[in-house]
Design a protein around this ligand. Structure first.
Ligand SMILES: C[S@@+](CC[C@H](N)C(=O)[O-])C[C@H]1O[C@@H](n2cnc3c(N)ncnc32)[C@H](O)[C@@H]1O
Length: 228
């Protein structure tokens, strides 16, 4: 079972500091929501975000959305061999049932995240689909109980995705961490990771990295099964 964590994802509610900005108030009135109950989204709120610390990298639920779609729709997930987690910049972790079907439309994903922030969980009947807990990434990785943790980063040691996958399949509960932010480096302490690996000589989008990793991992497992 491969565990993939999207780390430091830029997914958060509108911070109080900008809740009274005209751009935010206008959208809140249009959507009939409280400003602080809306998801921060740089594609709509960029004018209000200039005064925020790290304003240029925040408000990117699209990155989490596309990356989760790439993971949840992957053959590896459909074969029951993948677990994904979304860790946010404010140390919340979203636990994702692998059978969750996320909305494709950005607006509907935004609405789903807002409901999750408000209620802490999304269920379908008795089944928990998404659950949010307050938790740092080190604690999450400890709970996963991984024998090998890989931080994927542009500045890591270069390795082909298949080399990485070959190592991962030989470990118990391997865990791969991908940044859920648009630019810059990881902000937290990842000294618990066993390796820092780059799978391509230039920066890639998080969803592209996720797709490479899960497809290489699946191919490695398939190759191992067909070898005499
Ligand atoms: C858009 S990038 C963030 C940009 C940042 N300059 C970085 O450190 O890669 C989002 C995430 O994708 C992964 N990523 C991007 N390019 C990569 C590469 N060449 N090799 C491994 N991971 C990569 C990293 O986990 C990164 O945090």
């Amino acid at each position: 079972m491969l565990h993939v964590v999207i780390a430091e994802a830029e997914v958060e509610l509108v911070p109080a500091k900008i809740a009274r900005h005209p751009v935010i108030k206008k959208e809140a009135a249009r959507r009939r929501k409280k400003p602080e109950a809306m998801l921060l989204d740089s594609s709509v709120h960029h004018a209000a975000m200039r005064s925020l610390t790290d304003g240029k990298r925040r408000g990117r639920p699209d990155i989490a959305h596309y990356t989760l779609l790439a993971l949840l729709e992957s053959p590896l997930n459909k074969q029951g061999m993948l677990r994904c987690y979304l860790h946010t910049r404010n140390d919340e972790v979203i636990f994702i049932n692998p059978e969750t079907r996320l909305p494709r439309a950005c607006q509907r994903f935004r609405g789903l995240m807002e409901k999750l922030f408000a209620e802490g969980k999304i269920t379908s009947g008795e089944v928990m689909l998404l659950e949010m807990k307050r938790m740092g990434i080190a604690q999450l990785v400890r709970n996963i109980g991984s024998e090998h943790v890989v931080l994927l980063s542009e500045d890591g040691r270069e390795a082909e995705p298949w080399e990485l996958a070959a190592k991962l399949v030989s470990k118990r509960n391997p865990c791969v961490i991908i940044g859920g932010f648009p630019s810059g480096g990881f902000r937290g302490d990842y000294s618990f990771a066993h390796e820092r690996i780059s799978i391509f000589p230039s920066p890639l989008a998080a969803w592209s990295v996720a797709a490479e990793v899960v497809s290489s991992y699946r191919r490695c497992i398939a190759d191992a099964k067909t070898q005499p």
